[in-house]
Design a protein around this ligand. Structure first.
Ligand SMILES: Cc1cc2nc3c(=O)[nH]c(=O)nc-3n(C[C@H](O)[C@H](O)[C@H](O)COP(=O)(O)O)c2cc1C
Length: 376
């Protein structure tokens, strides 16, 4: 009994669902703690403890309240739930994980369930991923990846791609090119990319005060993103880890050691190790949560990451660089690297920056002709 005389309570982040019928009542339901990502099956009887410990009780109180339950059974069942992390002590309930969650997480259960469940996922190795796709291609037709109009359609004027229309020429040239020429990214290049994504260009007066306006739209002008910048090669900036303040348009150095290899923060994608700079977009959830407590706000934040990233990619392209996006992150690893302690400060999306080699041969420009479905 590691908990001694401490009072116990059921974890506030449990979901309980019926298990698939298997002809036995041993595994009647499944319990999942989404904050710890702990999962187990239990028989029906265990539901009783989940109900009893919705309020704080010590083991002694539990024993007194269950005079017909043999002592050994009581010990074994409660110990098992404590060990699995589904019953926690009062101290843990009020501690840094559950206490912070109860105090700071304003969105509902479904959002929390999704968010914490997809935090720190396991990713396939590149080889496993290619084998899985090869297997799928062989056995499962994929859905059409673009739709064409059939019959009478209003043809729109062609998009100009000449240098006289630099916006469109940049949009058309953007490509995820994961090769590197070990280019020392200049502070001018980096500054333009960061400004294009996160720059603050004004403010607006609202009932909740003056709010920042930026180069990309933000739901409710809540400006939920900050950027952390890992510099490996730069003409003027020393290698290290920095916070980009859009407010000042400055890089503040963080007191953290620059790891030799960074790919383990990015699902072991080896191409990341070659890149000169990595920009990690980090959401500060409470900025948006403060105003919007409905779970759609979570979706808004994810959408905003896309706006910011696209502008960074276009600014990179415009300067002869490639910005490669990746959402395959080790969230906790990056939070530790950047010294982010709040669970609502979440690295969500990253872009590498470097001058790439020319495109590989298998990329061709122009319209897609494969995987197109003609709408009728
Ligand atoms: C949200 C998002 C996440 C991505 N994550 C990865 C990734 O983890 N690794 C990777 O190599 N590419 C990643 N990509 C890049 C895509 O593979 C790439 O955009 C796609 O192949 C199309 O190529 P293009 O960007 O040149 O148009 C991601 C793209 C997006 C939009």
């Amino acid at each position: 009994m590691s908990y001694g005389n401490q009072k116990l309570i059921v974890s506030p982040t449990l979901v309980i669902v019926p298990a698939p019928a298997s002809g036995t009542t041993r595994n009647a339901f499944a319990v999942f703690d989404y904050l710890k990502k702990a999962f187990a099956y239990y028989p029906c009887e265990t539901l009783h403890w989940m109900t009893y410990f919705r309020e704080l009780h010590s083991f002694r109180e539990a024993r007194r309240a269950h005079p017909h339950c043999p002592y050994e059974t009581l010990c074994a069942e409660i110990d098992d739930l404590v060990e699995a992390g589904f019953l926690i002590t009062e101290e843990e309930y009020n501690g840094p994980l559950y206490g912070a969650y109860r105090q700071n997480w304003k969105w509902d259960l479904t959002t929390a369930l999704f968010h914490f469940t997809v935090t720190d996922n396991d990713f396939h190795s590149e080889q496993d991923a290619s084998e899985i796709v090869a297997e799928k291609v062989a056995h499962m037709p994929q859905p059409p990846l673009a739709w064409a109009n059939a019959g009478p359609a209003v043809m729109l004027p062609p998009i100009p791609d000449s240098v006289n229309e630099p916006l469109y020429s940049t949009i058309i040239s953007r490509r995820t090119n994961r090769t590197s020429t070990a280019h020392p990214v200049t502070s001018q290049q980096l500054g333009k990319c960061l400004f294009a994504g996160l720059g603050i260009t004004g403010e607006v007066e609202t009932p909740s005060g003056w709010l920042p306006l930026g180069v990309t739209p933000s739901g409710g002008a809540r400006n939920p993103f900050e950027a952390y910048v890992i510099v490996r090669r730069s003409a003027e900036i020393s290698p290290g880890i920095y916070h980009y303040s859009a407010f000042e348009h400055s890089l503040g150095r963080i007191d953290a050691e620059l790891p030799d290899r960074l790919s383990h923060f990015f699902a072991n994608q080896e191409w990341v190790d070659d890149m000169s700079v990595i920009v990690v977009l980090t959401a500060i959830f409470e900025r948006t949560m403060w105003k919007y407590e409905d779970p759609n706000a979570y979706r808004v934040i994810l959408i905003e990451a896309g706006h910011i990233a696209q502008n960074i990619m276009l600014a990179a392209t415009d300067q002869g660089l490639s910005a490669c996006p990746t959402a395959a992150l080790s969230h906790t690893g990056l939070r530790e690297l950047f010294g982010l302690e709040e669970m609502t400060h979440v690295p969500l999306y990253a872009l590498t920056l470097d001058k790439p080699l020319p495109y590989p041969d298998r990329i061709r420009a122009g319209k897609a002709t494969h995987q197109v479905k003609v709408e009728t």
